[in-house]
Design a binder for this molecule. Structure first.
Ligand code: SF4
Ligand code: SF4
Length: 254
C-alpha cells in the first residue's frame, strides 16, 4: 500500500542541494529535491490487534485505504496533518514509531462521524480514532485526555446512582481536569436557564445538585455493570500487554 500524499512526507525527509550540477545540467535548489528513504526496524506486529481490542477499533481490519474518511473529515479540512486513513495504514502495518510522531493530534477528532458515514467498508473510523487515542493513553504515550476524563466521570455516576445529574457531572469533570468552575460560558448558560426554565424544574435541578438522585433498587444493576466494566478492562490490559510494560518499567527503575 504505497503512500502518495505529499502532505505525508516529513519536511526533514525532503532533501535539496542549493547548488548541484549533474551531467552539465544545473539542478540546484528545487530541481534537485528528493525524498530520503526511510528504514523501519521497530515494527509492532501486534499493533492492529491492540487497537482492535479497544472499543471502536474492532473493524479496523476491513479498511481498504480508499481515503474517503480523510476526504470527508472535519478536522482534516482545517489541518491536513490530521489523516485517519494514514493512521489506519500505519496501525495495520505495525508502524508504531511513525504513528507516535502524530500522537499530539490524533486526539483532536471531534467525533462528528462524517468519516463513518463515508466509509464504504464499515470500518467505523471515528471509533478507530477513539480507540487509538485510548491506546496512546493506556500505553503512557499521552496524558489522559479531557474526553477520557469526561467518560470516566459520566460512567462512575451512572454506575453509582443509575442516573445522570448534569451539574454534578460538570463539576466533577472540571475538578478532575483542573478547570475553574466559574467560566464565562457557564455563567451565561446558568443565566439563560434561570430566565427561561419553569421555577418547578429549576427547584428540582437545584435540589438534585445537593442530593444525588438514585434509581430505586439499583445495586443489582450497578454490580452487574461494574463486573462487565472490570472484565472488559482486564481483557484490554491483557491485549495491550500492560502488565508486562509495568514490570519492564519497574525493572528499569530498580
Ligand atoms: S469523526 Fe473524527 S476522524 Fe471522523 S470525520 Fe469527524 S473529526 Fe474526522
Ligand atoms: S473510508 Fe473506510 S475503507 Fe476508506 S480509508 Fe477510511 S476507513 Fe479505510
Amino acid at each position: 500500500m504505497p503512500i502518495h500524499e505529499k502532505s505525508l512526507i516529513r519536511p526533514e525527509n525532503l532533501k535539496t542541494h542549493e547548488s548541484l550540477t549533474l551531467d552539465g545540467v544545473d539542478v540546484s535548489g528545487h530541481w534537485s529535491t528528493f525524498i530520503e528513504s526511510r528504514v523501519v526496524t521497530d515494527y509492532n506486529e501486534a499493533l492492529e490487534d491492540e487497537i482492535a481490542a479497544l472499543p471502536g477499533g474492532e473493524y479496523i481490519h476491513r479498511c481498504w485505504q480508499c481515503g474517503s474518511c480523510t476526504n470527508s473529515c472535519t478536522v482534516n479540512a482545517i489541518n491536513p496533518e490530521f489523516n485517519p486513513r494514514y493512521w489506519i495504514y500505519l496501525i495495520r502495518m505495525g508502524m508504531e514509531s511513525e504513528l507516535l510522531r502524530d500522537k499530539e493530534i490524533i486526539w483532536q477528532c471531534v467525533s462528528c462521524n462524517k468519516c463513518t458515514y463515508a466509509c464504504p467498508r464499515d470500518v467505523f473510523p471515528e471509533g478507530v480514532m477513539k480507540a487509538t487515542s485510548h491506546w496512546l493513553e493506556l500505553k503512557g504515550h499521552t496524558p489522559k485526555s479531557p474526553s477520557m476524563h469526561f467518560d470516566e466521570v459520566f460512567t462512575e455516576q451512572v454506575v453509582r446512582t443509575g442516573k445522570i445529574e448534569e451539574s454534578r457531572t460538570i463539576r466533577r469533570f472540571f475538578a478532575r481536569t483542573r478547570q475553574a468552575l466559574l467560566q464565562d460560558w457557564m455563567i451565561e448558560m446558568v443565566r439563560q436557564l434561570l430566565r427561561h426554565l419553569p421555577v418547578g424544574l429549576l427547584s428540582r435541578m437545584g435540589l438534585a445538585t445537593f442530593v444525588a438522585p438514585r434509581t430505586r433498587n439499583w445495586s443489582g444493576a450497578a454490580n452487574a455493570i461494574q463486573e462487565y466494566i472490570d472484565k472488559q478492562q482486564d481483557r484490554q490490559k491483557q491485549a495491550l500487554g500492560l502488565a508486562e510494560l509495568v514490570e519492564a518499567a519497574r525493572k528499569d527503575a530498580g
